[in-house]
Every structure is written in C-alpha cells, then in structure tokens.
Design a protein around this ligand. Structure first.
Ligand SMILES: *[C@@H]1O[C@H](CO)[C@@H](O)[C@H](O)[C@H]1NC(C)=O
Ligand SMILES: *[C@@H]1O[C@H](CO)[C@@H](O)[C@H](O)[C@H]1NC(C)=O
Ligand SMILES: *[C@@H]1O[C@H](CO)[C@@H](O)[C@H](O)[C@H]1NC(C)=O
Ligand SMILES: *[C@@H]1O[C@H](CO)[C@@H](O)[C@H](O)[C@H]1NC(C)=O
Ligand SMILES: *[C@@H]1O[C@H](CO)[C@@H](O)[C@H](O)[C@H]1NC(C)=O
Length: 572
C-alpha cells in the first residue's frame, strides 16, 4: 500500500550542502505534493497576506519505517483465521515499529533549528512533528510558500494557507513525506435536508427516522444497551466549527428516545467546544451514535486543530497517535474527492489507518453523498471516488431508504449513497471474491471507461441515510439526510457488539473488513433494489451502479440485523 511514496533522489552531490543553507527552489529541492489541489474552495475569500512576524503552526509528516511489517500485522490481527487474530498492538508497540530512523529525526531537527524553529512537538509514535514558528521562518523553510489568511465555510472560519506550492531541500526527500497546514482547507459536510423526498400528496404523513425507528428496524431490544460493566467507548469527530449541545441531546431523547436506556451527556470532549450555535452535523452524530450505541460512553473530537494554520483532519490523526487509551469505535462523516489530494498525503493517511487497525480500533467513514460521483477528465466523463471512503483499511458505510416511507420494513438504495472504485488503492485481497462476483454478475454495469474495476471497491456496509429527525439549537429538524447519518448508526451497533465481546473476554472487533467479507456479510440485511446517481449525460443518464444480491458498490453487504450480526461477530 506504500507505492507512489516519494523516494529520495539524492543524485546531486552539491545538494547535500543545501540543508543548512535552507532550500533554494530548483535542482536542489523537491516538491512533496505536486499533485495536491491548491485552488480556493467555493465560498472562501482571501483577507490578504500575513505579516512576517505572525505565528503559525506546521505539521511535518516524517518518513516511517517497517510499513510492510505493519501491513502484515494488520492482516494477522484482523483475520479471524489467523492465530494472531485480536492480539492487537499497543500504541507503544506501533511506535516501536513505525518510528522514523534516528537519522530522519536528526536531519529534520537540524534543518528546523537552522531556521530558528525550536518550538516543536512530536507525537508518541514520533512520526509527526508539529512546530510553531513565524511566517518569515515558515516561508524560508518552505521555498515558494506564501501564507495568506482566508475566511469561509458555514461558520465563516478563518484559516491560514498557501495556495502557492512549496519545495523542500533535496536532502529531506528521504525523511519528510509532506508538510501539513499549507494547502488543504477544512472539510465541509455534505449533509442536506431533503424535503423533496416526500411522496406527492402525503407530506404530512412522512414517517421520518428516529431512534425508535432505527432500533425497531435493526432489531435492537430494550436490553441491547451498554451494561456499564466495561470500559467500552465510542467516538465521533467534528472538523468545522461544529458543536453539539448537551441540552439538544436531552431534548432529542425526550422527543424521540422511546424506552431504551441511554447516557445523557458526552463522557469526554477532546479539543475545544465553542460556545456558539450547534451544528446539525455534530448534533446528528452525537444523537444517533448514542441512540444506536445506547448507554455506551461516548467521546467527541471537537474541532481538532483549531489554530488557523492547522488542518483539522490531520490534527485528529495526530491525536490518535498521541493517546494510548482510545475508544474502540470511531465514526467520521468527512470526505474529499480522491483526485483533489496529493498521492503522498493519501498514502500517508492510509498508513495512519493501518496504525489504527493494528491497535484494534474500528474506523468507520461515510461513503459520501454523490452516488458514484462525476467529473470530466480530458473532456470525458468519469465517476469520482472519494477518500477516506476508498481506503482499504477503513470500513465504509453507504446509505439506504425505506421502500415504503410509511412502514418500517425493507430498505432499498438511497440514490445519494456514495460508492465505487478507487483510482489509488488496488483491490485488497479480503474483497477479491465479492467484487469479482459483482463485476461478473451485475446486469447493469456502467461503461468500463467510467471506473477503475481493479481498485478498492466501497462501501462495505450500509444503514438508513434518509429522512432523519435531529434536534439542533433546541429545534427539531426533519428530513436530514446523508451517509453522515448512517455512519454513526452503524458505529453504535458495532459498539454494542464490542460490549458483548468484552464481557465474554474477547478482544474488540478492530478492523472489521476481513471478517465481514469472510462471512459473506452474514448478519446483514442484503439490500437488492435500486441504483445510485452519477453523471447526468446521454451515456449513463444519471445512473451509477445498482445493488443486487450479495455485495455491491452501492450498499456493500447491507444493513445490520443486530441479533444475527451479534451472533456472527461473537463467533469468529
Ligand atoms: C503529544 O502529547 C504530549 C503529552 O501530552 C504533548 O506534550 C505533545 O505536545 C503532544 N504532541 C503534539 C504534536 O501535539
Ligand atoms: C447503563 O450504564 C450504567 C453505567 O453507565 C449502568 O449502571 C446501568 O446498569 C446500565 N443500564 C443497563 C440497562 O444496563
Ligand atoms: C480499557 O481497558 C483496557 C484493559 O484495562 C485498556 O487496555 C484500555 O486502554 C481501556 N480503554 C480505554 C478507552 O480506557
Ligand atoms: C486504476 O487503479 C490502479 C490501482 O488500483 C492505479 O494504479 C491506476 O492508475 C488507476 N487508473 C486510473 C485511470 O486512474
Ligand atoms: C429484523 O427482523 C425481522 C423479523 O425477523 C426481519 O424481517 C428484518 O429483516 C430484520 N431487520 C433487518 C435489518 O434485517
């Protein structure tokens, strides 16, 4: 999984001198991320260039070691047929494995000190280094970078970024993967309200998804809640000034909670909770994670990297590598177009998911809300995969709707459900059989020029994503839709399964995909009706892939039938 990583090219003798003399653009420097998108996202504006004496923070992703061994460990601890299944590593074991070489640490420190940057902090695994320095120092170190302040996003967030590419001295090429805090803007949620999904003439009868509906559909009884007898916990992460309010949670449970036992507040907030208005995304995540994973201790990662110059998603990854005891299940409703991210960054983030998998953490990502997606490459339409949904080391959650919106019965595809094939990661072995079967048996395959059939295919599973009720800022909001909703629901259900495993003396589920595919989706309701959206043109007419029996790139293996899934996952 580490192909494509920049390898050092230290051919030019004179370049060895380049380190202390800082970097000079040209033959003695290299671009770590030449393929990173650097355009200003819609809705953001520049407030001008920063003063050289202003302070900012940069994150250096240092070259790790033993990544092949890490891949073997992940395979061994996640495969129920392996003798090492469930024998997870501690964070300290992971550090032992991936920690950069002493030469890497020395070289990078020397370079930073040369520019007067001494206020630097490592994470426990020593593979990320965050430094506080002046704009003048940063622009000296990162040749070509020009820091400006930009403002945008739903909360009019202000960030410091460089739209100009940066170069590093050639002598660092074998030591630094990339520098964070320059190009990537904070992610925005694609969550939407979809009143257009009402059935004509029956608007006032719309059923709407509530915790009671979720628990009924997925066959959770009042007894299926956390026992309080374990240290089981679960977490969700928020990235863009999205806050939740405990009072919303209370009102939500009062209005929609039904009869199940649940917790009334967040156990632990990591990061800063602003005092501002609640965000619908944050409210949704907390309310449904705590309704499916009821009575289980819940953490929220709130806006990690709140400094203007930090990338919140990257800061969240750093937090994971700087804390030994973490919740077992993490749900994240965030994604970017795979093609907008540099390959160095994508590979490195994927390695961070491998580190999490080695520790037995379950990482769930929303599959996205644009179906197969669509973009144009040299005048030709193609589907557009999203990342981290396309990482082979996370479990990706798609979306469904009720076939009859007035009854809690069968689910069909929610047309927005993100799914497809990665252009970066090859198909991992655990899904070889399932994907090959889909490709050879689906009667509705889109033209092959639209997708890369050899890539990692997603999603892996699904849950309802249409028509949720959410309470945010004391107001009950209907029709909230997106895979942002299905992801915490699936996460909460996995936490309930972890609860039983821990009570049985078994290790938590960890990286789920190898067992999920080995058991052919046993314990999941197979969604077989419907197709998701894609390019609106004559060739495909807005249709991407279609679901069918077994795994498909629209709803994966399907939605959880709790008693069956529990049985399946308690007996590896
Ligand atoms: C990691 O945690 C330690 C101890 O809490 C802290 O001193 C250090 O600054 C953290 N590292 C980063 C990069 O934040
Ligand atoms: C819910 O959790 C609490 C501890 O957090 C525990 O005391 C209680 O027994 C649990 N309720 C049920 C129904 O298991
Ligand atoms: C739960 O307990 C186990 C065993 O004592 C420990 O290794 C783990 O770190 C704890 N998890 C959390 C989130 O506290
Ligand atoms: C298709 O995916 C493979 C990896 O699975 C990748 O190497 C190749 O470049 C991709 N092709 C396109 C056109 O993106
Ligand atoms: C819940 O159980 C009922 C009755 O056995 C079944 O019809 C339904 O499909 C189950 N739900 C799921 C999501 O499988």
């Amino acid at each position: 999984m580490t192909g494509g990583r920049q390898k050092g090219r230290m051919g030019l003798r004179s370049c060895f001198l380049g380190l202390l003399a800082l970097s000079v653009a040209g033959k003695c420097s290299y671009s770590p991320e030449p393929d990173q998108q650097r355009t200003l996202p819609p809705g953001w504006v520049s407030l001008g260039r920063l003063d050289p004496e202003e302070e900012l923070s940069l994150t250096f992703a240092l070259r790790q070691r033993n990544l092949e061994r890490l891949a073997h460990v992940v395979q061994a601890v996640s495969d129920p047929r392996s003798p090492r299944y469930g024998k997870y590593l501690t964070l300290e074991d992971v550090a032992e494995l991936v920690r950069p070489s002493p030469l890497t640490l020395r070289t990078v420190h020397k370079w930073l000190l040369g520019a007067g940057a001494w206020n630097c902090h490592l994470v426990i695994t020593q593979d990320f280094l965050t430094c506080w320095l002046s704009v003048r120092q940063a622009e000296l170190l990162l040749s070509g970078a020009e820091f400006h302040r930009y403002v945008g996003g739903p909360a009019k967030t202000s960030v410091v970024r460089s739209l100009q590419p940066y170069q590093l001295p050639q002598a660092l090429a074998s030591h630094v993967d990339f520098v964070g805090g320059l190009h990537r803007f904070p992610p925005t949620s694609t969550l939407r309200q979809r009143p257009e999904r009402q059935v004509a003439g029956a608007v006032s009868l719309h059923l709407g998804v509530t915790p009671a509906v979720i628990r009924e559909r997925y066959n959770l009884t009042a007894r299926d809640v956390g026992s309080g007898a374990t240290n089981n916990s679960q977490a969700c992460a928020q990235f863009l000034d999205q806050y939740f309010h405990d009072s919303d949670l209370a009102k939500f449970m009062h209005l929609f909670g039904g009869t199940f036992v649940h917790q009334t507040s967040i156990a632990h907030v990591v990061g800063k909770q602003g005092r501002g208005r609640a965000g619908i995304e944050a409210s949704l995540d907390v309310e449904y994670l705590m309704s499916a994973g009821a009575n289980i201790s819940t953490w929220v990662y709130s806006n990690p990297g709140r400094h203007e110059a930090q990338e919140p998603f990257l800061q969240w990854l750093l937090l994971l590598s700087n804390e030994s005891a973490l919740p077992y299940v993490h749900t994240v409703s965030y994604g970017d177009d795979e093609d907008s991210l540099s390959s160095t960054y994508i590979q490195r983030v994927n390695t961070e998911f491998m580190k999490a998998a080695a520790r037995g953490l379950t990482m769930l990502f929303a599959s996205g809300d644009s179906g197969a997606g669509c973009w144009s490459v040299s005048g030709r339409h193609q589907f557009r995969p999203s990342f981290p949904a396309s990482s082979p080391y996370v479990t990706t959650v798609g979306g469904t709707s009720f076939q009859n919106p007035f009854l809690v019965t069968n689910e069909i595809v929610d047309y927005i459900s993100g799914g497809g094939f990665s252009n970066v990661f090859p198909r991992p072995s655990y899904q070889e059989e399932a994907v090959a079967k889909f490709l050879s048996s689906s009667p509705h395959l889109p033209p092959s020029s639209y997708y890369n059939a050899s890539g990692r295919a997603y999603p892996d599973v699904a849950a309802l994503s249409d028509g949720y009720w959410v309470v945010s800022n004391s107001i009950a909001i209907p029709w909230v839709s997106g895979t942002s909703a299905s992801t915490p629901v699936f996460g909460g259900i996995l936490s309930l399964i972890n609860e039983h495993r821990i009570l049985n003396g078994q290790p938590p589920l960890g990286f789920l995909n190898p067992s999920l595919y080995q058991k052919h989706g046993a314990g999941l309701f197979d969604v077989t009706h419907g197709c998701h959206e894609s390019c609106l043109n004559e060739e495909v007419q807005g249709q991407g892939f279609c679901s069918g029996p077994g795994w498909d790139p629209v709803t994966g293996w399907g939605t959880p039938n709790f008693p069956d899934l529990l049985k399946t996952l308690l007996n590896p």
